[in-house]
Design a binder for this molecule. Structure first.
Ligand SMILES: *[C@@H]1O[C@H](CO)[C@@H](O)[C@H](O)[C@H]1NC(C)=O
Ligand SMILES: *[C@@H]1O[C@H](CO)[C@@H](O)[C@H](O)[C@H]1NC(C)=O
Length: 358
């Protein structure tokens, strides 16, 4: 009873306050499902995105759809404010502003400066156009439209096309804390994979028995063929989770995510096999640098790099990429084969990476 009357009082108060100079009159009421919504002159603001997620590649562009309209339609346009914000998928990620636009003026923030703009192709178009996408642009984008006191929003996920790869530190198995894992991925030209990315890779057949950190601070591993050392035959295939682990105390491997390259990875045909130092120098002499693990995986997955020759990589591992499995080139599935981390004086070929200037 008390609550009811208090609300009536507040609503009454609101009607006085919400009378604004541009002749729109706001009134406030409780709608059918009990949510408090603010309507003006019986006109309702709607905001929607045409699709729940957008797929793109790093270095490329993406358009995050968002549009708004009124019901019933308005005859003249109104001044509205559009705000795009971004919630990264990484653990402890903070929601940050991307762009705020009022009328034709807009402001962009942080790393998004100079890379984003509002499309405004038609009335009610509030799509966010993003260019020069970065590896860590993935996440949830929130489109909020504010018209006076009305405030409606929708979300779109940005997913980057790429490849998830399991990574083990050169010092050995289950060596990495969460921070160590983040660093290890960065050193390999990649970032920590998200659960969505790992799940997608599992659907595509990734079968890996060692648990690794993900961006959200959980530790998981993808199993497509259940077997005894990986949880047993009794469990169904799936992404198995150890849940959230202690970010400093617990140690695992990691799942990294690498996306498209603005450059080329190739096997350098050597006149003779090289130790690790010589391999690094050989790439430099070729106007390139020794390839990182993430670059080799991206070239394998996204450009179909296939080479049966084992070569040094920047982290001191020796690997080779196979997209067309054949005799004497490892297992019958495509994949990046690894010889682990041989002693640096051993002699092998090398994979180099040459960047393409923009
Ligand atoms: C991305 O957009 C920019 C500017 O609109 C354009 O110049 C560029 O060609 C686009 N890049 C791709 C990969 O489509
Ligand atoms: C590789 O060989 C060169 C000689 O060609 C030698 O100076 C260098 O120390 C060797 N590096 C390693 C890591 O064995």
């Amino acid at each position: 009873m008390m609550i009811c009357c208090l609300q009536t009082l507040l609503l009454f108060g609101a009607q006085l306050v919400f009378s604004i100079p541009n002749s729109f009159f706001y009134h406030d009421f409780l709608n059918g499902n009990g949510n408090k919504e603010i309507h003006f002159s019986g006109v309702k603001l709607h905001v929607d995105s045409a699709q729940p997620s957008v797929f793109a590649v790093t270095g490329g562009n993406a358009t995050m759809p968002c549009s708004f309209w009124y019901e019933p339609e308005l005859s003249s346009p109104r001044d509205i404010r559009v705000k795009w914000s971004w919630l990264p998928t990484a653990a402890g990620g903070q929601e940050t502003d991307v762009l705020v636009a009022i009328g034709s003026r807009s402001r962009t923030f942080g790393d998004f400066r100079g890379r984003v703009q509002l499309r405004q192709d038609f009335p009610g178009d509030a799509a966010l156009v993003m260019t020069k996408l970065l590896l860590n642009d993935a996440g949830r984008y929130h489109c909020e439209v504010v018209d006076g006191l009305e405030d409606k929003s929708t979300s779109v996920y940005l997913e980057l096309q790429g490849v998830v790869f399991p990574y083990q530190h050169p010092r050995g198995h289950y060596y990495l804390s969460f921070l160590g894992a983040q660093q290890a991925c960065e050193e390999q030209g990649s970032i920590l994979a998200t659960f969505t990315q790992l799940f997608q890779s599992w659907k595509e057949g990734l079968n890996w028995c060692n648990a690794g950190w993900l961006a959200d601070g959980t530790v998981q591993y993808p199993i497509t063929q259940p077997r005894v050392p990986c949880g047993g035959h009794g469990l169904a295939p799936g992404v198995r989770s150890y849940g959230r682990r202690h970010l400093h105390l617990h140690r695992y491997d990691v799942f990294c995510f690498s996306s498209s390259l603005r450059g080329k990875v190739y096997y350098l045909k050597p006149s003779h096999k090289m130790n690790l130092t010589e391999a690094q120098q050989a790439c430099q002499k070729d106007g390139a640098e020794i390839a990182k693990v993430g670059q080799l995986y991206a070239a394998w997955k996204l450009t179909g790099l296939d080479s049966c020759d084992a070569g040094w990589l920047a982290d001191g591992s020796v690997r080779y990429p196979i997209t067309r499995p054949r005799r004497n080139c490892g297992p019958s599935e495509p994949g990046v084969r690894s010889f682990g981390f041989p002693p640096p004086q051993h002699k092998h070929g090398v994979y180099c990476y040459k960047a393409v200037d923009e």
